[in-house]
Design a protein around this ligand. Structure first.
Ligand code: PEP
Ligand code: MG
Length: 572
């Protein structure tokens, strides 16, 4: 038995037989001919037809991904299509062909230069290099007449797929019933391929590095995505231990050992993710990111389309709460038809509720009409039982924003009344994502039914550390005492105002933090569906008084490292 370590990406485990995926082997180009022997016109025509073929394949992959993992994840294929139409890239390839380079070599050379440029950038931009490789390989497959991604869609049951790195197209191709796990030499947790694997619930460990190359086809492997390790020739105890860390779905609601109820809900980005959330036993939806309805299209969605999406969530969870977040675009989430301003610091700019209350108020009102109509279909507000529809506003930083948003809800309700359209007022809440909102949490809670802590942004703004920049990843840490204090301030303010308080940032889905979060006073935790069972299991083991004592100790720490020691976990 040999253990290799990497980064746990999908926190599930699987056991199976190793199988290397080496798509590059099939894409070897013939030797370069002399430029004078190249028929440039014929090569240009071959390149154009390869582009058509690649475009068709990308659109097919996009449709398949939308169906299987949701619109938000499928949007990556639109970026692929844009690369195919990038005038600079296409122009460069055309020029190289004109100079006597065969189409295959021209694609290879020009894409290599572009890939290298992306690799030199920081953070998620570096991951765009994966997307470019994906597009390059599609063009080369078309030029070399190699079948599309060989066999990935029909791998034998119990395959653990090993690869240098996987592209989003490769991953969307996989059959989650056949693939027991994925392990890659390179790549990070936030790469599109990793996100798709998570949505498909395929156990995955990424970035294992050189030692993975020593694994051979057919070796028995355990992929333990919770612990971030790959075990070669695992013994039965190791397999049982890893499998034992996976909680089975608990459909009923849970409470701590001493009887305090804690809702464990799911975050979703599309209607397609609702069934998986229900299967994993989520107590409703704690964050419905409505952006998916707006991005990746040429025009805004209609009121009816939005109504249908919200009503679908309510009918999947008829006895639970569904929290819809109003449109959160701006920052890194661009919507082509909204003509958002270019800003030097987009994350500190016009995003979230700021846009909804200002230049895109019409969009906000249409969304509220759809949501209020859907609330009538799903029972409306019920602030005690945790059912029905709730709406929350993203990136709040001022009391006036909440007042204006509540006034907008009331005015939309009055319009619907006047029109005789069936509607109900949902519970209303604010996301606590900025230091301003945490400082003002008492004032916000007085005006609302609930608060929900978005730790992804809160950690970014409290610590002044870009959530997408690997260079400051150790600053962007929700376990830093400064962030914990902001959370504590929020939960105390909510309790004082009789509002419930949830958390929907990534932090909520880490079972190692459940006791701390319950101790900090959160009533609801909302997360990727895949971690719902494990968090429910942890909630049941918590003693509220001990949890509060743990939270107090964490809040008294000076440094992140002390909090880590207290919780027995590594980190910054
Ligand atoms: C957050 O900021 O924690 C959050 C849940 O919102 P998003 O990740 O969509 O910005
Ligand atoms: Mg956010």
């Amino acid at each position: 038995m040999r253990t290799l370590t990497g980064v746990g990406s999908t926190p599930l485990s699987g056991v199976g037989a190793a199988r290397w995926y080496r798509p590059e082997a099939a894409l070897t180009l013939p030797d370069r001919p002399d430029p004078s022997a190249v028929d440039a016109d014929a090569e240009l025509a071959r390149f154009e037809s390869a582009r058509d073929e690649a475009r068709e394949a990308i659109r097919d992959a996009r449709d398949r991904a939308a169906e299987r993992v949701g619109e938000e994840e499928a949007a990556v294929f639109d970026a692929h299509e844009q690369f195919l139409d990038d005038p600079e890239l296409v122009g460069d390839v055309g020029d190289a062909i004109g100079d006597g380079t065969p189409a295959g070599h021209a694609v290879n050379d020009r894409f290599a230069a572009a890939i290298e440029r992306f690799e030199g950038l920081d953070g998620p931009m570096a991951e765009r290099a994966d997307d470019l490789r994906d597009v390059r390989d599609r063009l080369l497959r078309a030029l070399l007449e190699v079948d599309s991604v060989v066999g990935l869609g029909d791998l034998p049951d119990g395959t653990v797929l090993l690869a240098e790195r996987l592209t989003p197209s490769d991953t969307a191709e996989l059959d989650p019933d056949a693939v027991a796990g994925i392990a890659t030499v390179s790549g990070g947790r936030t790469a599109h391929a990793a996100i798709i694997a998570r949505s498909l619930s395929i156990p995955a460990v990424v970035g294992v590095g050189e030692p993975l190359r020593e694994v051979e086809d057919g070796d028995d492997l355990l992929v333990d995505g919770a612990a971030g390790r790959v075990v070669v020739d695992p013994d039965p105890e190791a397999c049982a231990a890893a499998a034992g860390t996976e909680a089975t779905a608990v459909t009923e609601r849970v409470a701590t050992a001493d009887g305090r109820p804690v809702e464990v809900a799911a975050n979703v980005g599309s209607e397609a993710e609702l069934p998986a959330a229900a299967d994993r036993g989520a107590d409703g939806i704690g964050l419905f990111r409505t952006e998916f309805l707006f991005i990746d299209r040429d025009s805004r969605p209609s009121e009816d389309e939005q109504y249908e999406a919200v009503a679908a969530a309510l009918s999947t969870f008829p006895d639970d709460r569904v929290v819809v977040r109003t449109l959160d675009v701006g920052g890194d989430k661009r919507v082509p038809y909204l003509d958002l301003p270019d800003e030097t610091n987009p994350f500190l700019g016009r995003r979230g509720i700021r846009l909804s209350l200002d230049e895109h108020r019409d969009l906000f009102e249409t969304q509220l009409r759809a949501v209020l109509r859907a609330a009538a279909s799903g029972g409306g507000a019920d602030s005690t039982g945790g059912e029905g529809l709730a709406v929350m506003f993203p990136l709040v930083s001022r009391v006036e924003e909440v007042e204006a948003a509540v006034a907008a809800v009331e005015s939309v309700a009055a319009d619907l009344d006047a029109e005789g359209v069936d509607h109900a007022i949902p519970e209303l809440g604010a996301m606590i994502e900025t230091p301003a909102a945490a400082f003002l949490a008492d004032r916000l809670a007085e005006r609302l039914d609930f608060l929900s802590v978005g730790t992804n942004d809160l950690a970014q703004y409290v610590m002044a550390a870009d959530r997408e920049n690997d260079g400051v990843a150790d600053y962007h840490d929700p376990l830093h005492p400064a962030v914990l204090r902001a959370i504590d301030r929020t939960t105390s303010a909510a309790a004082g105002a009789d509002a419930w308080v949830g958390m929907c940032g990534e932090m909520a889905g880490d079972p190692a933090l459940t006791e701390l979060l319950v101790g900090l006073g959160l009533d609801e935790l909302s997360m990727s569906a895949v971690t719902v069972p494990a968090v429910k299991e942890r909630v049941r083991a918590v003693d509220t008084e001990e949890a509060r004592a743990l939270a107090d100790e964490a809040l008294a720490c000076d440094a992140r490292s002390e909090v880590g020691d207290l919780l027995g976990i590594d980190g910054a």
